[in-house]
Design a protein around this ligand. Structure first.
Ligand code: FE2
Length: 375
């Protein structure tokens, strides 16, 4: 028997082909100021806007772009607007992880037929730049996925938005390139339910490098599994709290976000030393691990291209697996509620998520929880 046939597994057609993440939309109390923070500190540029000046009376949205990353900040203009309810409950946070597809209606049909909750039926949006199709389904908590089909649209973002001037005087680019992964926190015992959702409803599979063990420190613990779509452009680790002596960071999140939601967004860079240096100068605050982390780093990790001193100075972490290594660092939460934070990541062969750093990191997070009186 020819070898190829012998090893051929039945190939299932991907019923939800994804081109990647289209945008991430945040509901915030003051979109104008949030946008300023992400431009001046994180280096995004204003690409498009929608609000009263463009004919939208009830809310305002700012679209920010850095290379392939697109963030949208939306705020309500009246207390009756549904976005206001979201903010009252959750504070500022991620509402929508939008996914770029070729056929929004097919994506909506395939997922709702498999049990997804419809949030918005397929709809065609039009303006002078063409038309786009959108449809949305609910995921954990009040979070949603919008499927965006933009093949016939050539405007700045979506119909109804106006392009911003090409030069953004506030933006200070930091070399962030694309979203590497986005992590969801779900409640006690709910991780497998959402793993099943991504497998059965979205056609994802467990990522090869998932970390399925308890991740624990002296005090707190969590469990995590990583789900990926077929072409691996979209990866969603899912965390749930696990039993520990004291309250875990996941429980703290769930308490302050009032339920499940997006915990962190990992953004990739091609030069983490330059990117993190720029972000720190621009006011982004990162978690620090103890200096001792670096003492035996080379012995643990083996040779790397980057000078250890630069990594130590910036607080960048390193982890290695059988395919290569990766460098990563985490910000402090970017809201007053200890909820969403960011990761900056540079991959050098490794496709993992930094399991070797979890202990050092969680201890750093716990020191901050302690300061907040939430440990
Ligand atoms: Fe991460």
């Amino acid at each position: 028997m020819p070898q190829a046939l012998e090893h051929a597994a039945p190939v299932e057609k991907d019923f939800l082909p994804l081109n990647g993440t289209d945008y991430v939309e945040f509901y915030v109390g003051n979109a104008r100021q949030a946008a300023y923070f992400y431009r001046a500190a994180f280096g995004f540029r204003l690409a498009a806007y929608r609000g009263p000046e463009t004919g939208t009376r009830e809310c305002a949205s700012y679209v920010l772009v850095q290379d392939k990353i697109r963030l949208v900040f939306t705020t309500p203009l009246t207390p009756e607007h549904p976005v206001a309810d979201h903010i009252r409950l959750h504070g500022d946070g991620v509402r929508d992880i939008a996914l770029w597809v070729d056929d929004a209606e097919a994506a909506w049909r395939a997922t709702t037929a498999r049990g997804a909750r419809s949030v918005r039926e397929p709809e065609t949006l039009r303006d002078g730049h063409g038309e786009a199709r959108v449809a949305s389904i609910g995921i954990y908590g009040d979070t949603i996925h919008t499927f965006v089909e933009r093949g016939k649209y050539n405007g700045a973002f979506l119909p109804g938005f106006e392009a911003a001037p090409a030069e953004d005087p506030v933006a200070r680019p930091a070399g962030l390139l694309h979203i590497d992964h986005m992590v969801g926190n779900v409640g006690w015992g709910e991780m497998n339910r959402w793993v099943d959702f991504y497998r059965d409803v979205m056609g994802f599979r467990m990522f090869k490098h998932f970390d399925d063990k308890d991740i624990s420190t002296e005090y707190s613990a969590l469990m995590s599994k990583v789900m990926s779509n077929g072409n691996e452009r979209v990866k969603f680790p899912i965390n749930e709290p696990a039993e520990g002596k004291r309250k875990s960071q996941i429980e703290e999140y769930l308490q302050f976000y009032r339920g499940p939601g997006v915990q962190h967004i990992a953004m990739a860079t091609g030069n983490i030393i330059e990117t993190v240096g720029t972000l720190q100068r621009q006011g982004v605050q990162f978690l620090r691990v103890p200096n001792t982390y670096y003492n035996d780093l080379l012995a643990r990790i083996g040779p790397i291209d980057e000078p250890i001193e630069a990594l130590r100075e910036l607080g960048i972490l390193v982890d290695r697996d059988d395919e290569g290594y990766m460098l990563q660092i985490f910000t402090r939460p970017v809201e007053d509620r200890p909820t969403l934070f960011y990761e900056v990541i540079q991959r050098k062969g490794s496709r993992s998520f930094g399991k070797g750093n979890f202990k050092a990191l969680f201890e750093a997070i716990e020191r901050e929880q302690e300061l907040r009186g939430n440990l």
